[in-house]
Design a protein around this ligand. Structure first.
Ligand code: M6R
Length: 359
């Protein structure tokens, strides 16, 4: 069943290009976005989007908050479901409540959904499993069509969730008239290019294998990025810690000087996400500061960065989300290769379950 791959996680990383195509099938038509599962009335009277999820699904939600504000021009807040449940949240009926879950069974996310329903909010679930508890409960469901995901470390669920949310933000943008047709075409062009961005070259995989030899020790990892590359940094750090058991943190690059940079030394590895198309100079100056404090820097970028100790070169593209997906694959492969080198069970990491159905 692993089709020649060493682990399900590896198979699932390689499947991403195809499942993302499936995920988009029929959803981009006549140069616009359509969803059979929902109707434009879903955002009638809506002034805010609230997203709840856990783990990797939460990171997809965080990524999408940039799309909903930037493209759809709708206020968007994202919360970790286990926090949301007990904070006595104020919910108002002009909020569209979105939950994101691969399994559709995560206890905290399911309870958050129940709370929103009880408060009379419109609810939408973005899910990979049809007929799961969440799809049965929510008013609307959009399926991610990723196929069965076996590895505990979520990979293709994240990429398809991100695609659905990006499409959804464009769908709302179209209804709200908040996007110019040129901008819409630019976004759709980039979306169509995502499957290509997710094709893994031997060169990139080999590079992550080689680097995994050296990035095994030290006292920890910082993954840093800005904008959507911040949730991507969180996702990279989560992937590494869950299967390699190494300490890793994701940070917004601009936040380093507010405390974390105190940890910088050669034994601290910084994985810097440096897209050409979004805030390059800002991230660069944050990385320069870390380099000046002797942190070991591994940059992932289409552009050479002379201060890097290591450099993983991704393809040069014209949209930051294409850089996002190229970097995603690099982060997934790097954590998997480190885990393999450490002799861990990549698919079944210790202390974790695929579906967290208890709080
Ligand atoms: O099934 P869900 O998407 O609701 O699961 C949420 C998290 O438990 C899940 O994403 C977890 O963080 C993964 N193991 C991360 O790789």
């Amino acid at each position: 069943q692993k089709n020649g791959f060493r682990f399900f996680m590896e198979k699932e990383i390689y499947e991403q290009s195809d499942v993302v195509s499936d995920c988009m099938l029929g959803r981009i038509q006549d140069n616009t976005v359509t969803f059979d599962e929902i109707e434009p009335s879903i955002i009638e009277g809506i002034n805010e989007i609230k997203i709840c999820a856990c783990g990797t699904s939460y990171h997809a939600g965080m990524t999408s908050s940039y799309f909903f504000e930037r493209l759809s021009k709708i206020k968007c807040h994202v919360e970790i479901a286990s926090e949301f449940r007990y904070k006595e949240p104020l919910l108002s009926k002009d909020t569209l409540f979105i939950v994101i879950s691969q399994s559709g069974e995560t206890a905290d996310t399911l309870e958050a959904l129940k709370m929103a329903k009880k408060a009379g909010l419109k609810t939408l679930v973005i899910c990979n499993v049809d007929n799961s508890s969440m799809t049965r409960l929510a008013d609307f469901t959009i399926l991610t069509r990723a196929g069965i995901e076996k590895g505990v470390a979520s990979t293709k669920a994240f990429s398809t969730q991100t695609i659905v949310l990006w499409l959804l933000s464009l769908y709302f943008a179209k209804i709200r008239n908040s996007i110019s047709s040129e901008k819409m075409q630019k976004e759709l062009l980039a979306l169509r290019e995502v499957p290509k961005a997710l094709i893994i070259s031997d060169k990139i995989h080999e590079k992550t294998k080689r680097l995994s030899k050296r990035y095994l020790h030290g006292h920890g990892f910082f993954f840093i990025g800005r904008d959507v590359f911040y949730p991507l940094a969180l996702e990279g750090a989560l992937k590494l810690k869950e299967i390699s058991y190494l300490h890793a943190e994701g940070y917004p690059a601009g936040e380093m000087k507010h405390g974390p940079i105190a940890l910088a030394d050669p034994e601290l590895f910084t994985i810097a996400l440096m897209p050409k198309n979004l805030l390059y100079d800002k991230v660069k100056s944050n990385v320069e500061e870390l380099s000046a404090r002797d942190s070991t820097i591994c940059s992932i970028s289409p552009l050479d960065f002379e201060l890097s100790d290591d450099f993983i070169k991704i393809n040069e593209t014209e949209h930051y989300m294409l850089e996002f997906f190229e970097m995603l694959v690099v982060l997934q492969l790097l954590s998997m290769e480190i885990s393999i080198r450490l002799g861990n069970d990549v698919d079944m990491p210790r202390n974790l379950a695929k579906s967290v159905t208890v709080e």
